[in-house]
Design a protein around this ligand. Structure first.
Ligand SMILES: [Zn+2]
Length: 1129
């Protein structure tokens, strides 16, 4: 029982994080919360809670006086002699994991590994996986190589499918489009003041040429729903949620929308979480509603979007859909690439366009609200295998009872097919989006740290999986059978415990590793590079001081900020001071290193001009403890802006800067992070020199992919060296023109770092955003020099990985750094048959060095169900996670394939997924009906958003750098981030009572939902707009903008005046709360209706047709329906 007896204290290194000791039973079972040790991550739940923007404490201001001038005299001396650092044993660091334990199928432990405690050095990693053969090499995988099995191809597997799970299917009938001439469109619903119906027509008639963006005609109609007319012949058939009655059939021509923006739904999730815990809300929930869970129909006022459970909402079909839409000649093939889609290309149109009623097709808003209402109030308890968690947009608490929280792992499906044939038939990607160091809300405890002393964590001898709740103890507790590879292992004497009558260890609930889904182990020296415990990491600030950086005010701003920010470096546990050391470098064509040793009266500069052969000119005094060297550091930061104030140097180097930082860490024998602040294309003569190769003419050609590829291999090579050193690179870019983000971001991307881009940076306009990002970035808790391994039970294995990391083999994800925002998406494939009874298990093990230099292992376990019925798969899917995976897959695909091919592949896959459902799981119905699985009813709308995104279908205003930047960002996004990024949140501000404390319910991202008498906020995690309708009441204008009329509002305003009235306070408060929920600061842009800037804003109304040729939701759904029918015929 006593954990401590088997866990000798291990104090060679401090334990800032409370080590697990004893694990009170009392606190377990519920939330370990209150009694839980404080955690190092606790502080990160908000937007930098502890940090104050105020100026640095007086004491160091005083000390920093009187130093000016040290530079002007003697300083710039060029040091040319090279220093000999003791070369670090290279390559020694980690034994190749593959050196061990062959994945034999027998249960014998490999030689020498028979007993506990014998972990050889080879275990430094997480050990070899149980499988050896990897067929896919991440990174080199050509896009689109996944064989798309014809949906109908494997009847054998299906026989057993019984009657379809009625509850899980949504039948949307697309047919209805009986258009009676011009009728319907005539009346825009009341309240939709904006956008005249007339303009609608034109929108659908002529598709704006993507290239004409600039000349966007003011009158251009919003791609309003072409749905108007037709209004599906019949209203959705709902299985009568109470409110159903309020639904006005669109067919009736009545006002469509009034309810959309309607009254507040009490308790609506929108407001909830965000306000209180900014960073969290967005955590991970999914969407798949197990059929039982159900959406209870639309709450009150909101429009009838759909379904309740049973056959969700089912639009009656009138049969006309098929013939009209299906066979249309111009429809099919050209779709993705051709802007003609959806616009009903003129001539060959046999019938008048049939339109769907936008209110009759699945609404993201409704699905999100339903999930909040149904699942937001109860904690999500992880004890049951294969449970689909609430959506990421729902605020909920998690109780760990044996499976990892969805904040750490989300899956595309929680019930995976038993055989690969079934999986191929369904085409549903089997993937997990893993955020190993995810931040948690304050109510949830960080993982316990388990200390097994010198023997280290207990693992399976063969597959090296770590002890977890799924391991089966046998023979009275003397042995255990591995749940991943079935190997029988001895239980070491110090770990022995008796079993109860159910075969469970009697101490199971006293040990996190036997009862929780997530926990940490203190690693032994065997898990450390060179068998040495690591030193605390270091941060190196590397500042571009070329002309542009100085002129824009960046350097001065940054130096001023660093003086106080350095007091907030990440700490662990309750320690007062961060263990992280800091160093400083400035550069243009040459590099300047600074000696800031505490014993110096003044900082010293050393210049290295030989950038071709970078070395670090000083060791002692370069990396220092902030509090010890505070005076010298402050002095340095005061002087840097002065020193370079008159610079004329416009050229910069880039690769040598990273090289220098990495060499400095190597010399100091530690891991760490480089913070690079860079302004221009590095054209100075040096390794990694780049040229301007931007060429928009390549768009939509086979060479477009080159825009996303780095222009030289030098950066990959450099990144590899950085990874080996545990050197993570965060890059802050301040470009005034093309800087080749695709190439510059290679190192950050491969080292687990972040890239921030501030185009045309100006202190006045951008300082808030930059400083906010910087503060958050510097204070982030980071795991350094990390290796992640995902093990699976027999039958499936991880085959592909997406994210910001490096892989030198097929199984180990190497992360020079990993922070709480970064995710790694892992795809699984079958390599054997799975068993319904035993299910499938995942174990993600992350070995990393904490901010204090402690080596730890974080373990996350997750058990999934397995099924022999396809319907079970479809009932337990999570569309938000699917989209996260599909976006990452596509965004990697553009590196190797034409963008059009990538889009086509996505469409085909989506159609196959839905066709398979229709064929095998849905109840028989006419071909004119589009039937979507309940859990995937938003797949088409979300997929369309991915297809229309800047990377896959850029508008004329999107630069090559923007596309490369977004591509890179999405790669590491979690599910909540991709959800809002692809389908932005649009909040009406003046519809609900000002007194209301909660966020207003969102409306669908379509121009049609905007009323010109209202004001809206739109956010997607990166951008934030405040849209002001032209007919907004004067009082509102006055209250918010402090001007007397609409015309006096400054378009493009980025800060709202601080006014003392309820509306102003509420809106500013809401903006703050939205910002707090996101990992990057969103700069506000005020957009007036009919103003030029409105184009920018409309780009985010993703249900509408886009100027770059992206289809409207309605059109895309019709297209998808047609694709599905083709597959089925
Ligand atoms: Zn095993």
């Amino acid at each position: 029982m006593n954990v401590n007896q088997s866990a000798p204290p291990v104090p060679p290194f401090g334990q800032p994080q409370p080590v697990y000791q004893g694990y009170h039973q009392s606190s377990y079972g519920g939330q370990p919360g209150s009694t839980a040790p404080t955690t190092p991550y606790g502080a990160y739940n908000g937007p930098v809670p502890g940090y104050q923007q105020t100026s640095p404490p007086d004491y160091f201001k005083i000390k920093s006086l009187g130093i000016p001038g040290w530079f002007s005299g003697s300083v710039p001396k060029v040091i040319s002699q090279s220093f000999s650092f003791c070369p670090l044993p290279s390559g020694v660091s980690r034994a190749p994991p593959s050196s061990e334990a062959p994945p034999a199928s027998t249960a014998q432990a490999p030689c020498g590994q028979a007993s506990y405690g014998q972990f050889g050095q080879g275990d430094v990693q997480n050990g070899p996986s149980s499988t050896v053969q990897m067929q896919r090499f991440p990174g080199s995988q050509p896009f689109g190589s996944v064989p798309l099995a014809p949906v109908v191809s494997q009847p054998t597997v299906l026989q057993p499918y019984g009657p379809p799970p009625t509850s899980a299917q949504v039948t949307a009938q697309l047919a209805g489009m009986q258009i009676s001439g011009a009728v319907a469109p005539a009346l825009p619903p009341v309240g939709l003041g904006y956008g005249s119906p007339a303009s609608l027509a034109s929108a659908s008639g002529s598709f704006p040429n993507p290239g004409l963006y600039g000349s966007y005609p003011q009158g251009q109609a919003p791609p309003l729903s072409q749905a108007q007319g037709h209004l599906g012949a019949q209203p959705p058939q709902r299985s009568a949620p109470p409110q159903a009655s309020t639904f006005t059939s669109p067919a009736s021509g009545g006002p469509r929308m009034p309810s959309m923006t309607g009254p507040f739904l009490p308790g609506q999730g929108f407001g909830g979480p965000s306000l209180s815990q900014p960073n969290h809300v967005s955590s991970p929930p999914p969407q798949a509603l197990p059929p039982g869970t159900q959406m209870t129909g639309p709450p009150g006022p909101p429009p009838p979007m759909h379904s309740s459970q049973q056959p969700g909402y089912q639009l009656q079909q009138n049969g006309s859909f098929g013939p009209a839409r299906g066979p249309q000649p111009n429809y099919g093939s050209p779709y993705p690439g051709a802007p003609t889609f959806g616009s009903q290309p003129g001539p060959p149109q046999p019938l008048p366009p049939k339109r769907l009623d936008p209110d009759a097709i699945p609404s993201p808003i409704q699905v999100i609200e339903d999930d909040r209402n149904n699942r937001g109030s109860e904690p999500f308890v992880t004890g049951v295998r294969g449970q689909v968690p609430p959506l990421v947009t729902t605020n909920f608490l998690v109780k760990d009872q044996g499976n990892a929280s969805p904040r750490y792992i989300r899956c595309t499906s929680y019930n995976i097919p038993c055989t690969s044939d079934m999986a191929k038939q369904a085409q549903v990607p089997l993937a997990a989006v893993i955020k190993p160091l995810a931040r948690l809300p304050p109510e949830e405890a960080s993982p316990y740290v388990v200390d097994h002393g010198e023997s280290g964590p207990l693992r399976c001898n063969r597959c090296k999986a770590y002890m977890c709740p799924f391991m089966q103890f046998i023979e009275g507790g003397r042995r255990f059978q591995c749940c991943f590879c079935s190997c029988i292992n001895d239980v070491p004497p110090q770990y022995f415990q008796h079993l109860d009558h159910t075969g469970k260890r009697v101490d199971a609930y006293d040990r996190p590793e036997l009862s929780l889904g997530s926990y940490e182990f203190l690693a032994t020296v065997d898990y450390c590079k060179n068998n040495k415990f690591p030193s605390p990491p270091a941060f190196i600030f590397m500042i571009d001081v070329s002309y542009n950086a100085i002129r824009s005010g960046l350097v001065r701003l940054l130096c001023e900020e660093l003086k106080s920010l350095l007091d907030f470096l990440p700490r662990e546990g309750g320690t007062e001071e961060s263990a992280i050391r800091v160093g400083f470098v400035t550069y243009n064509k040459v590099l300047h290193f600074y000696n800031v040793k505490s014993s110096l009266a003044q900082p010293q500069m050393m210049v290295v001009s030989d950038v071709a052969d970078m070395f670090v000119p000083l060791l002692d005094g370069f990396l220092v403890n902030v509090s010890e060297s505070r005076a010298v550091i402050t002095s340095l930061l005061d002087q840097i802006p002065e020193m370079f104030a008159d610079t004329r140097e416009t050229e910069t180097v880039f690769a040598p800067v990273i090289q220098a930082g990495m060499e400095a860490l190597k010399a100091a024998e530690c891991a760490g992070k480089l913070f690079l602040f860079h302004t221009s294309l590095p054209i100075a003569e040096a390794p990694g020199k780049l040229k301007n190769r931007d060429d928009r003419k390549l768009i939509n050609t086979d060479k477009e992919k080159t825009l996303f590829q780095p222009q030289t291999g030098a950066y990959q090579t450099l990144a590899k060296e950085c990874v080996a050193q545990g050197c993570c690179v965060d890059l802050f870019l301040f470009p005034n023109q093309y800087v080749d983000v695709a190439t510059l971001s290679v190192v950050p991307q491969l080292t687990g770092g972040s890239v921030y881009k501030y185009a045309c940076f100006q202190v006045e306009n951008d300082q808030e955003r930059f400083l906010s990002d910087l503060r958050r970035d510097v204070q982030k808790v980071v795991g350094f020099d990390a290796v992640m391994r995902v093990r699976t039970s027999t039958g499936i294995r991880a085959v592909d990985f997406f994210g910001a990391f490096y892989m030198s083999n097929t199984t180990d994800v190497e992360l020079a750094g990993l922070d709480g925002d970064k995710t790694v998406t892992v795809e699984f494939k079958h390599d054997d048959r799975l068993n319904e009874e035993s299910g499938a298990l995942l174990q993600c093990a992350l070995l990393y060095t904490s901010c204090a230099g402690q080596r730890r292992l974080r373990i996350h376990n997750l058990a999934l169900n397995c099924c022999t019925q396809l319907a079970d798969l479809y009932r337990n899917c999570e569309t938000d996670t699917l989209i996260n995976y599909m976006a990452k897959f596509a965004y990697r695909g553009v590196l190797n394939s034409p963008v059009k091919t990538v889009r086509d592949t996505l469409i085909t896959q989506c159609a196959q997924i839905l066709a398979c459902y229709r064929k095998n799981c849905a109840s028989p119905s006419s071909a004119g009906q589009l039937i979507l699985p309940e859990c995937m009813k938003l797949l088409p709308v979300y997929l369309n958003c991915v297809l229309k995104s800047d990377v896959l279908q850029p508008g004329a205003e999107v630069t090559t750098d923007d596309r490369a930047y977004v591509r890179q960002l999405v790669t590491s996004m979690d599910v909540a981030e991709t959800n809002v990024f692809f389908y932005p949140r649009l909040l009406p501000l003046t519809k609900s009572p000002i007194e209301s404390a909660t966020e207003p319910p969102a409306v669908r991202a379509s121009e049609e939902r905007l009323s010109n008498g209202d004001i809206y906020l739109l956010e997607n995690g990166l951008n934030l707009f405040l849209w002001v309708g032209a007919s907004v009441q004067q009082g509102v204008v006055q209250s918010l903008f402090n001007v007397s009329s609409f015309s006096q509002i400054t378009s493009g305003l980025s800060v709202l005046p601080v006014l003392d009235n309820p509306l102003s306070k509420k809106v500013r408060g809401l903006i703050d709360s939205l910002r707090a929920q996101r990992s990057r600061y969103m700069k506000l842009i005020v957009v007036k209706q009919e103003d030029k800037l409105e184009m920018l804003f409309k780009h985010f109304l993703v249900e509408d047709k886009s100027l770059s040729g992206g289809a409207s939701y309605v059109d895309f759904l019709c297209h998808m329906h047609k694709e599905i029918r083709q597959l089925l015929s």
